[in-house]
Design a binder for this molecule. Structure first.
Ligand code: V47
Length: 353
């Protein structure tokens, strides 16, 4: 039986066998990835109308890949006031956003209540807007800073109106790579435990993987298989998001970008290995819109959203600072042969455009 047949028939496989998927031709991988995509979603490609808000960039941690947090590389520190955040949400709600995606740095000066109060204020004034907020890395930071358990932080988030958790902070689970690129922040086991607890509390989340820096193929496969295992246990992940590393203005010395072929192989392999996670998101911010559109033929069925303002990856070189115009996004999906479907944050269909 060929390696691909083994995966198609869902036979048991080892990590070493999964790594061998990379040795296959790109179009062989595409065939199986696309088959899984079409079985799950047909020609539909999901997106949402959302707004990213990054309330503070002051961070106690120094991740080597990060160009967003204030540091020697980025001396411009900021912390938004609640009034400023509410103005942003008010403005964006007029443009029809249905989700705010709130992710910050690990700021030791703001206080836990500062986070919880802003979630509550948004939810009270805009009950129709889904609040997706706080990565597992932030939850770990808050729990450590305020001497609380993960369960206590999660309970407070839910009480304050947080609906779902974004997938950030996962980076690469391999402990040696992790130590090199983001030592000192949430560990891989802690990241997984926080998502487990969030799922057990009845809520959904996403999972990311940052790739294209100092990791190798085996590290990526190991990352995906750890996620697959948690998904078998809880079923709480909505989407897997492979984030392509952006190399400007940070401390990691990575000379070259991955080839388009390696990125597409990674997307296709993620569709094959994570067939228990419903959606694979080609995040146009890090893959570029052109590659994200192509990724639709390599297993991806979601392109994230209109975003409006993006600060994390654009600080590292991505062309995403002002989001993408809705009509442009829809046209790009349609003109690439797929059906643009607006979804809510937990993948209920809102409108076929
Ligand atoms: O965890 C930081 C990444 C993530 C760089 O859940 C970088 O729907 C590339 O998680 N190059 C935060 N990436 C963003 C995130 C996310 C984005 C969109 C949707 C969702 C979702 C989640 O940004 C961090 C980190 O892995 N990041 N620096 C960089 N230089």
């Amino acid at each position: 039986m060929s390696i691909l047949e083994k995966f198609e028939k869902k036979e048991n496989y080892s990590l070493e066998e999964a790594v061998k998927l990379y040795d296959l031709e790109l179009f062989e991988l595409a065939q199986l990835a696309n088959k899984i995509r079409e079985e799950k979603h047909g020609k539909k490609t999901y997106f949402n109308i959302n707004r990213h808000i990054n309330p503070t960039n002051i961070c106690k941690d120094v991740c080597q890949f990060c160009a967003y947090s204030a540091s020697r590389k980025n001396p411009h520190q900021y912390t938004m006031s609640h009034e400023e955040i509410m103005d942003v949400v008010e403005n964006s709600s007029k443009h029809g956003i249905k989700e705010v995606h709130i992710v910050s740095a690990h700021n030791p000066n703001t206080g836990l209540q500062w986070y919880l109060d802003i979630f509550r204020k948004i939810k009270d004034k805009f009950p129709h807007i889904h609040v997706k907020a706080l990565t597992a890395a932030e939850i770990h930071f808050l729990a450590t800073q305020y001497n609380l358990s993960y369960e206590q932080i999660i309970e407070k988030m839910i009480e304050s109106g947080v609906d779902s958790m974004p997938g950030g902070g996962a980076e690469i689970f391999d402990e040696i790579v992790r130590k090199r690129i983001c030592g000192g922040k949430v560990t891989s086991d802690q990241w997984i435990e926080i998502h487990r607890l969030w799922h057990k509390a009845g809520h959904q989340s996403n999972a990311t993987m940052l790739f294209g820096h100092v990791e190798n193929r085996e590290h990526r496969i190991d990352h995906m298989l750890r996620l697959r295992k948690l998904q078998e246990e809880t079923g709480g992940f909505n989407a897997f998001i492979p984030l392509v590393y952006q190399k400007e203005n940070n401390y990691l010395k990575v000379k070259d970008f991955l080839t388009g072929q390696e990125i597409l192989k990674t997307m296709a392999i993620s569709r094959i290995l994570l067939d228990n996670i419903p959606n694979i998101k080609a995040y146009w911010v890090t893959s570029t819109t052109k590659l994200a559109l192509l990724a639709q033929e390599f297993g991806a069925n979601d392109l994230d959203g209109t975003i409006e303002k993006e600060s994390i990856q654009s600080a590292a070189g991505a062309k995403s600072a002002n989001g993408i115009a809705l009509q442009n996004f829809v046209d790009l999906i349609r003109n690439s042969g797929f059906i643009p479907v607006e979804r809510d944050s937990v993948y209920n269909e809102i409108k076929v455009w």
